[in-house]
Ligand binder design. Structure first.
Ligand SMILES: Cc1ncc(C[n+]2csc(CCOP(=O)(O)OP(=O)(O)O)c2C)c(N)n1
Ligand code: SF4
Length: 299
């Protein structure tokens, strides 16, 4: 008889996200939302700009989320959250956590100016970027979070993306905000713990969450969590925190850092790549990993 491995999550049972939402099967961004709300609870207001999540929660008056949501313009997630927080403070509702929740396009690209303003003022909001590495809601266009080598509808196979992914965490660290964390939907407990920590800190807190998208990555819905886990284990998306812009902590040390090839092979968006490109990708992951170890004093 074969033994089946079971794993028990230690997250609270309470759900502020219901089934019946409108995401595709295997959407990593839905898991990210679910885990975040378990940590923040009902005293949360979400500011969601144009992105997949502007659709996923459902059409008014229906909602898959049991918290208030402010749907705002694409470039305004951070400034909307700043304004909502200021308004709540004025009416004495100081115990509400205000969250800007945006995709990578709305964060790395079009919302960067508003995000930088919020961070520079150190406004008291949590900003979460769920990163699916493209503009998925409008048909999988390249964003500055799209990795080198990827196919998108604006970087077709013959002209795949040749620029590296923008380092959003380094940009946010340069603002010297009190708290920055990376998180992955494959590591819910780590995500939850960091979100609880962020909830109790004042000022701008930034989360970069790795959220696979089977539709845009041309991967199988059932592989989403596996892909997210592989990205953590091969050093492509390491789990770490930065406090006050300069104190770096690695949350998951990799004793046996895996090569990226198995992760790449599960995704159609990289199918066209040859040995040279794959080696370039591996070299870049290794370079960034070694730099991170240095920043974390973990070499
Ligand atoms: C000013 C402006 N430009 C373009 C759009 C069209 N638009 C809506 S959602 C979207 C893509 C959002 O991408 P991302 O932020 O990565 O989130 P995802 O769709 O991947 O969840 C775009 C281009 C818009 N709503 N407003
Ligand atoms: S396109 Fe991707 S990010 Fe958008 S709902 Fe579908 S799986 Fe989720």
């Amino acid at each position: 008889m074969t033994k089946t491995k079971t794993m028990k999550l230690t997250l609270p049972q309470d759900e502020l996200m219901s089934c019946g939402h409108l995401a595709c099967q295997g959407c990593g961004a839905t898991l990210a939302m679910r885990y975040m709300l378990k940590a923040l609870g009902q005293k949360t207001v979400l500011c969601i700009p144009a992105c997949c999540w502007a659709v996923i929660d459902g059409a008014y008056p229906h909602s898959s989320l049991d918290v208030p949501i402010y749907h705002c313009a694409f470039e305004t997630a951070a400034s909307t959250a700043s304004g909502v927080k200021a308004g709540l403070d004025m009416v004495g509702e100081t115990d509400v956590t205000v969250v800007a929740w945006a995709g990578d396009g709305g964060t790395f690209d079009i919302g960067l100016q508003a995000l930088s303003g919020t961070a520079e003022r150190n406004d008291d909001v949590i900003y979460v970027c769920y990163d699916n590495e493209a503009y998925m809601n409008t048909g999988i266009q390249r964003s500055s979070a799209t990795p080198y080598g990827a196919w998108t509808t604006t970087t077709p196979v013959k002209h795949f993306k040749t620029r590296p992914k923008k380092d959003i965490v380094a940009i946010m660290a340069a603002h010297r905000i009190p708290y920055i964390a990376t998180a992955s939907v494959s590591h819910p407990e780590d995500f939850y713990k960091k979100m609880i920590k962020a909830r109790d800190i004042k000022g701008t807190r930034f989360f970069h969450v790795f959220a696979p998208c089977p539709t845009g990555w041309k991967s199988r819905p059932e592989d989403s969590v596996k892909l997210a886990r592989m990205a953590v284990q091969n050093g492509l998306f390491p789990l770490y925190e930065i406090t006050d812009g300069e104190n770096w902590t690695l949350n998951l040390k990799l004793k046996d850092k895996k090569p990226i090839i198995d992760y790449i092979r599960l995704q159609g968006r990289f199918r066209h790549l040859g040995e040279t490109e794959l080696q370039a990708m591996q070299d870049e992951v290794d370079r960034k990993w070694n730099k991170l170890l240095k920043n974390c004093g973990a070499t």
